[in-house]
Design a protein around this ligand. Structure first.
Ligand code: ADP
Ligand code: MG
Length: 301
């Protein structure tokens, strides 16, 4: 069976790829370099790009980690323009936890898609370590997703017929890590999220909370700088959601991650240092009591 893998692309995998599933769930990944619009110098069957161009060219760059300038998104839907937001200006510093709240349909996920390089703005710039990612060719943007970003969505986008371990290994394999080192790192990351015992279980057989742990492991195994979490507890019961949020908090601290968290849960938003509200096509800084209280310790350990 061969199928194209939108879930893989959405979940930080390097290149648009096809996944071949053989009997016994053995897998073979076929690399496909970007869309036709990718770097013209990058032949479809040519060598893989070396290392991480974004990281290399911006080492030692000053803060902020992320800066958006005059950001606008207009979707084209049924031949008509659907403006989502415009004139967004904000920045996020390395190591910060920033919450984004707002009504359903206000554009929160759209913004996260732009920040994570899954879509491009209609106008404006997204500077990551001073480099404008919105103008990167598709293959470099995919590289940015794979190496700099960890994604956690409300929907897990795991491949259910693969084990937890294989799901976590996948972004590492696609970016070119040697299988054994990918396996070792994936196991260690599953241990980090408390799922060592479930490593060889198929993702489809795990509970919702366990699946979100696998997603966290997959997001973090590649050691990204920025974790984008879009309603990560939206499909979980209250207690499980709490545990996932606690885990996100402790991993954020442990790995000095920058976290952008979209949530409807004000208590979770209050665990962040800053909160922004998406409303009426704009983004404004808001003050949540927990986030501004001197004693606030953020996420529980
Ligand atoms: N790919 C798309 N094409 C057209 N419209 C879209 C697309 N994605 C989202 N939208 C629309 O954009 C608006 C904002 O969506 P979204 O960013 O998902 O909101 P939120 O995450 O805040 O609930 C919604 O009206 C949604 O229907
Ligand atoms: Mg959304």
């Amino acid at each position: 069976m061969i199928r194209t893998c939108d879930p893989l692309i959405r979940s930080q995998i390097l290149y648009p790829a096809e996944l071949r599933v053989h009997e016994g769930r053995k897998l073979l990944l076929i690399y496909r370099f970007g869309a036709e619009t990718a770097t013209p110098t990058q032949p479809a069957s040519g060598p893989r790009p070396e290392g991480n161009a974004i990281l290399k060219s911006t080492m030692g760059a000053p803060e902020p980690l992320l800066r958006c300038e005059d950001l606008q998104k207009i979707y084209l839907s049924g031949g008509r323009e659907l403006p989502i937001f415009s004139g967004l200006n904000f920045q996020v510093f390395a190591g910060e936890r920033v919450a984004i709240v707002g009504e359903s349909g206000s554009g929160k996920s759209t913004l996260l898609h732009l920040l994570g390089g899954l879509d491009r703005p209609t106008r404006g710039r997204i500077l990551y370590k001073s480099q404008d990612i919105s103008t990167l060719p598709d293959s470099a943007l995919a590289d940015y997703r794979n190496r700099q970003i960890g994604f956690v969505w409300q929907i897990h986008y795991l491949l259910p017929e693969f084990t937890a371990l294989e799901n976590v290994m996948m972004p590492l394999l696609i970016r070119g890590d040697v299988r054994e080192s990918a396996r070792t790192r994936a196991r260690a990351t599953l241990q980090d999220v408390g799922l060592a015992e479930r490593a060889d279980h198929r993702a489809g057989e795990l509970s919702g909370g366990e699946q979100q742990r696998v997603v966290l492991a997959r997001a973090l195994a590649g050691e990204p700088a920025l974790l984008l979490a879009d309603e990560p507890t939206g499909n979980l019961d209250v207690r499980t959601g709490e545990r996932i949020m606690d885990l996100i908090g402790s991993l954020q601290r442990k790995h000095s991650l920058t976290l952008i968290l979209v949530t409807h849960n004000i208590a979770f938003a209050e665990r962040c240092e800053r909160a922004l509200r998406m409303e009426g096509g704009g983004l404004t800084e808001i003050h949540l009591t927990g986030g501004t209280t001197p004693g606030n310790k953020g996420f529980a350990t």
